[in-house]
Write a protein that binds this ligand. Sequence first.
Ligand code: NAD
Length: 366
Amino acid sequence: MSQYIPNIPTSCLAKKVVLITGGANGIGSSLVTQCLESGANVCIGDLDNISGERLLKKCCDQFHPEEEDMPPRAIFQTTDVTNYPSLLALFDLAFKTYKRIDHVVSAAGIVEIGNWFDTSLTLETVRQTPTHKVMDVNLLGSMYVTRIASVYLRHNRGSNCDRSILLFSCVSGFKESPSLFIYQASKHGVTGLMRSLRTYISSPYKHYLRINTVCPWVTQTDSIKKVEAQWKRAELPINTPEQVATVATGVLADQSLNGMSMFIEGGRAWEIEQNINRLETEWLGEAPSKVLALGQGLLDDGSVWTAPERPRKKSTISVGVPPGVPLNKINGLTNGVKHVISDGVTHGMSNGLTNGVTNGVANGVH
Ligand SMILES: NC(=O)c1ccc[n+]([C@@H]2O[C@H](COP(=O)([O-])OP(=O)(O)OC[C@H]3O[C@@H](n4cnc5c(N)ncnc54)[C@H](O)[C@@H]3O)[C@@H](O)[C@H]2O)c1
C-alpha cells in the first residue's frame, strides 16, 4: 500500500488561479476555501446559483486581494457542466478576470437516479428511454471540462510553470458498487479518461499538463443521505469534506504527481495506480502480462489512433502492425518491446508515471 500524505505548506498555491466546477456545495466548497487559504484566486462554477452566490459572498468577505485595483480573490458564475457553451463562458470569465488559469478541478457530480435495471420493467415500460443525466453530469461534464482545460491551461504560461487538471472519481471508479449502475459506469469513465490522458497530456511535446483523480469513499455531504445512518452505526470510516479537500489541494500543489488516483477513507489517502501496474504479473499472470506489454509498447503514446487517416496503400509491413504506423516508429518500438520481454516489467504502463510521481507517496508495506 502507498499512503499519500498531502504536503501543504502555507501559501502553496500563492497567486495561482484555480477553476472549480461543482464548487458551491460539499467537497467542492471546502476545496474553494482551502485553495483561498493557500493563496489562490478561485473561479467557482456551479448549477446551484443560490449556494454559489452565498459562498462567494463569504469568500469575498474573508479573503481580500493584495491591492485594491486587483480582481476579487473569488468569482462565481452559474454553470451547467453538461452544457459546453456554459462551461466555455466560465473559462472565459476566469481568463478575462485573472489573465490565466493554473489548475482546473472537475468536482461537479450527482448520485444514481432511479433504477435502470428495475426488475419490474416490462416489455411496455422498457420502451421509455431512461434518464442519462448521471452520465451527462459525471462523465460528459468531466470530459468537457478536461477538453476545454487542456487548451486554456496552456495559455499565458511562464517557463517552468506547473499546470494541472484534477478529476473527481470515486471508490466506484475502481471498485464494484452494486446498484450504483450508471454512477459506477460514469466514475469508471472518469478514471479511464485520466488513464487515457496521463501520458499524452503530460508530454512536454503535447500539452505538458498533469492530470490526476481523487477517489473518495463515503464523505459527509448531501450525496450520502441514503447510507449515512447505516454507515455510522457500523462505525465505518467517513471523510469530512475538508479532509477530501486537503488531499485535493495537496495533489494540485505537488508538481511531481501525474497519473495518480487517491483513494480516500476516513481522511487517509492511498495511491492506487502504481500498485495496479507494479503488481500486474500477480493479478493477471506473467504470460498475459508480457503479451499485454508487447501491445502497449507498440501502441506507445497512442499517436496511431489520433493520426489523420491516410489513403490505404498495399502494405509491405508484416501482419500485426496497425496500418498507418510509420516504419521508423515500428523499428524504435520493436527495441522497446524486446526490452520489456527481457526484464518482464511493463514499462509501457509506467510511461505516464515517470515524472517523479512517487514524491509524496510513501511506499510502505506492499
Ligand atoms: N460525498 C461522497 O461520499 C463522495 C464520494 C465519492 C465521490 N464523490 C464525488 O465528489 C464530488 C463532489 O461530491 P459532493 O458529495 O460534494 O456532492 P454535493 O452534491 O455536495 O456537491 C456537488 C456539486 O455539484 C453541483 N452540480 C451538480 N450538477 C451540476 C451541473 N450539471 N453543473 C454544474 N454543477 C453541478 C451541485 O450543485 C453541487 O454544488 C462529486 O463528483 C461526487 O461524485 C463524493
